[in-house]
Design a protein around this ligand. Structure first.
Ligand SMILES: *Cc1c(COP(=O)(O)O)cnc(C)c1O
Length: 453
């Protein structure tokens, strides 16, 4: 990409290192436990499903970790992503607040996911891996890994949550265009999938189930590894490229945020924009608030329990301490598929537990209303997931209108909604309902939490 006209300008803002928040945590993360022995896991325990370089990053305490040059070269195609001031939205809201948003929809897959798909594909290729299995909810992560596989010459197999597989045929076609294989989950290709189908033949699937299937397939073959699109430390690390760029861009704009907002499914895009700023708060005491926004129908941070739990439904993954609704919880089929996960990134859970992050939830109708308002003002149609961040930003700007405070709001517009038009059609046709999360089902799933001494 060095021949790109964008190159010279971009080189100043594109970071050379990612930011590892483990180096600045006020208390270390609780250890990750082996599901059998319940002892802290070792790098060897993970070697069956992840490449060495990724495992090293997962456990690293080093603050700045180099972005390999081949990864930066691919990043340059769309990075630095733009930071916009939402002036027309501010005007429409008649607010004294300043609203900035970082737009990740300019990536080839249309979201922030390639920020980690590219390095994960790079490290796997470097270590001689031939095939990567993964899961995808809304299809964003599968799309990102599919094109990353095409770039680095890897075969990609994607287990796609069934409800999204049915709702979003174009996402599947997108992945297949890059040569990836896409399988609706639960499927009959794995033991985990067959076990679910036996109990619930009409299961619409969940990220927890799809993860089980992908991990099982990777564990079965030596030339195959697994890649996760969110939750884990190394994924959040790769996403910090968003916030590091935003810091430089805000500085160019002569501003600094009073609050940073992102939506949270597994927590990666929120961490991506928030952690570099949160690091400044932890190291230098800078005053800045962090708001993590989730759907009321899958309220992990606001209604879940902070406890050790499995990352998947079949209990193949290690135990991590996180906010969870229970690994057996299957969220209702609302349209922000990327936010339908029972758990939350351990780093985000930990920092929320310590009081550094304020979680909140909104219903899907108010989020779509905010997304439509944003689209009319700014000309960008957000992904249904991103609408949660948009809603919170608008809500905060409206509070400023009441109080007269001129706060500076920064939020992550983590993806566009061009593959989500069915959801917008349903919304405009009056077919969308606010879905309640099933309290009874959560209670049952939480009762099944593993006991950890
Ligand atoms: C995957 C995805 C999410 C949810 O995942 P996080 O790890 O919480 O970021 C949110 N928005 C979009 C557009 C996504 O693709």
């Amino acid at each position: 990409m060095t021949d790109s006209v964008k190159y010279l300008l971009d080189e100043q803002a594109l970071p050379k290192t990612w930011y590892n928040i483990n180096a600045d945590l006020p208390e270390p993360l609780p250890p990750v436990l082996h599901p059998g022995t319940k002892q802290p896991i070792t790098p060897d325990d993970l070697a069956m499903i992840f490449p060495r370089a990724v495992i090293e990053q997962e456990m690293s305490q080093i603050r700045e970790i180099e972005i390999p040059e081949p990864v930066r070269e691919v990043y340059r195609q769309w990075r630095p992503s733009p930071l916009h001031r939402a002036r027309r939205l501010e005007k429409a809201l008649d607010t004294p607040a300043k609203i900035y948003y970082k737009y990740e929809g300019v990536s080839p897959a249309g979201s922030h996911k390639p920020n980690t798909a590219i390095p994960q594909a790079f490290y796997n290729k470097q270590e001689g891996v031939k095939r990567i299995t993964t899961e995808t909810g809304a299809g964003q992560w599968g799309s990102a890994l599919a094109f990353s596989g095409a770039f680095f010459g890897l075969e990609i197999v994607v287990y796609m949550v069934k409800v999204s597989f049915q709702q979003k045929p174009y996402r599947r076609a997108f992945m297949e265009t890059f040569g990836a294989t896409c399988i609706a989950s639960p499927s009959d290709t794995t033991e985990s999938g067959r076990a679910i189908l036996e109990g619930r033949p009409d299961s619409t699937g969940s990220l927890g189930i799809a993860i089980s299937e992908a991990v099982e397939m990777a564990a079965r073959r030596d030339d195959t590894k697994y890649a996760l699109g969110s939750v884990l430390n190394h994924v959040l690390l790769h996403q910090t490229v968003i916030g590091l760029e935003a810091q430089r861009q805000m500085e160019m704009a002569g501003d600094y945020p009073d609050m940073v907002i992102g939506c949270t499914g597994g927590g990666s895009n929120f961490a991506g924009i928030a952690f570099p700023f949160l690091g400044e708060r932890l190291r230098e005491g800078r005053k800045v608030d962090f708001i993590a926004v989730e759907p009321s129908a899958c309220p992990t941070l606001t209604k879940g329990k902070f406890a050790y739990d499995f990352g998947d439904t079949a209990h193949l993954t290690p135990l991590v301490k996180m906010y969870t609704l229970g690994s057996g919880f299957v969220p209702p089929g609302f349209h922000a598929g990327g936010l339908r996960y029972h758990g939350m990134a351990p780093q985000i859970s930990h920092l929320t537990h310590l009081g550094y992050i304020d979680p909140r939830s909104y219903n899907q109708l108010e989020c779509f209303a905010a997304g439509v308002q944003f689209a009319k003002a700014e000309g960008i149609l957000p992904a249904p997931e991103a609408n949660h961040a948009v809603k919170a930003a608008i809500h905060e700007a409206e509070k400023c209108r009441e109080s007269g405070e001129a706060k500076t709001i920064l939020f992550n517009l983590c993806g566009h909604g061009h593959f989500d038009m069915q959801a917008y059609m349903d919304y405009m046709g009056g077919k969308l309902k606010d879905l309640e999360y099933a309290e009874g089902e959560v209670a049952m799933a939480l009762a099944g939490l593993p006991s950890v001494p």
